[in-house]
Ligand binder design. Structure first.
Ligand SMILES: *Cc1c(COP(=O)(O)O)cnc(C)c1O
Length: 387
């Protein structure tokens, strides 16, 4: 095992289970990331665009009305929903495209399921004048026609993958094929804290700005650390970013929240998925189980390796919430605070609604509001009509 591979393990999870030709590409990427991540010019450039383009730092908003209504812990919201493009995804795509530029890449490729990561990637490609190709399952391009239009508006080429079932997995295969062919000038921009090493480490690095800010902000506002930090978990990038600077603070509970129909962490077993080892939901044939979530961003049968480890070691806790609880949380936050959360983020809010009343007024919860809900309003409208 090379040192890069060893460095990519979290307990027994993570690593790199990929063909040799892809391993070479990943080894080079890992080495380049190590070279640049603490390079003062690189760090300064990242901070410049976080400030001037993303709009950071974003606030840690005290949710007074929600707190009063629940009558327990004080609730603060970390406002990733206020970032440019409306979610935490921009932190990661910005960091990776700056790295791609340093590495001399001319082309960016990515895969996308519902389209959110594709739109974020197309956004920074427009900003940095990079050639951009987004692979998307043909079935997904039909269901998400507006996101396809958004990506094209931003100058990206969207490739509809007809192979296989025309879904995310087939798009991943096409994107990896492209990378192996074109790695000399092409950078594969991955959207969550998943995949072979160095992706989980790299995505965490760029997303940990969330907890770097929230820790400073809560110490300024309250003079102490929170009781718990809550975040929704799809692949795990907003959650690992929201947890990062609290992992070594044992007094702070770390709480991840999953949909009850995609409960990788609560029901998964160790297995290799998409080139790395993590907790995976398997069906009776040992194949990755079909998951379903009302929040497209949480619909993934695996989970980042570090979350798998945080779960196994007991450092973090993971819970599920039902669709009904999520829909309720979506409406409660809208009415009490005037903030419409993304359906993904509403999972974290839903758990906070249950947890806060069981705690005291001396407790503090930080809920990571990973994104805004504008994209989900029409879907929620139809779901509520059909209830
Ligand atoms: C994509 C997305 C998620 C899920 O991805 P993670 O990598 O688990 O953070 C959560 N919230 C929003 C708003 C998203 O767009």
């Amino acid at each position: 095992m090379s040192t890069e591979q060893a460095a990519g393990y979290f307990g027994s999870f993570g690593g790199s289970y990929i063909p040799p030709e892809l391993q070479e590409v990943m080894d080079y990427l890992a080495q380049q990331f190590e070279t640049y991540k603490n390079d003062p010019e690189f760090v300064e450039e990242f901070q410049y665009y976080l400030r001037e383009y993303v709009g950071r730092e974003n606030p840690l908003t005290y949710a007074k009305h929600l707190t009063d209504k629940l009558g327990g812990a004080k609730i603060y919201l970390k406002r990733e929903d206020l970032n440019h493009t409306g979610s935490h995804k921009i932190n990661n795509v910005l960091g990776q495209i700056l790295l791609a530029k340093r590495m001399g890449a001319k082309r960016i490729i990515a895969e996308t399921g519902a389209g959110q990561h594709g739109v974020a990637t197309a956004t920074v490609c427009a900003m940095f004048d990079m050639d951009c190709t987004i692979y998307m399952g043909a079935e997904d391009t039909r269901r998400q026609a507006l996101n396809v239009f958004r990506m094209e508006l931003l100058g990206a080429k969207v490739v509809a993958v007809e192979k296989g079932q025309g879904r995310l997995k087939d798009a991943v295969d096409e994107a990896l094929g492209d990378l192996v062919q074109n790695y000399r000038n092409t950078f594969y921009l991955l959207g969550s804290a998943v995949g072979p090493h160095p992706f989980p480490t790299m995505v965490k690095h760029f997303q940990s700005i969330i907890s770097e800010e929230s820790k400073r902000q809560i110490l300024e506002k309250e003079g102490r650390l929170p009781t718990a930090v809550l975040a929704c978990v799809g692949g795990g990038s907003n959650a690992i970013g929201a947890f990062a600077h609290y992992i070594d603070e044992p007094s702070v509970r770390l709480i991840g929240v999953e949909p009850d129909q995609a409960p990788s962490l609560t029901q998964g077993v160790p297995a290799v998925l998409h080139g790395f080892k993590c907790l995976v939901l398997l069906d009776e044939n040992g194949e990755p189980r079909k998951t379903y979530s009302i929040a497209a961003g949480l619909d993934y049968p695996g989970i980042g390796p570090e979350h798998s480890h945080l779960k196994e070691s007991g450092r973090a806790e993971y819970y599920t919430v039902t669709n009904e609880e999520v829909l309720n949380a979506f409406q409660v936050l809208s009415k009490t605070e005037g903030i419409i959360p993304a359906l993904e983020s509403a999972h974290a809010v839903a758990h906070a609604l249950k947890l806060a009343p069981t705690l005291t007024k001396d407790d503090i919860l930080i809920v990571n509001l990973s994104g805004r809900g504008d994209k989900d309003v029409e879907q929620v409208f139809h779901m509520l009509q059909n209830q």
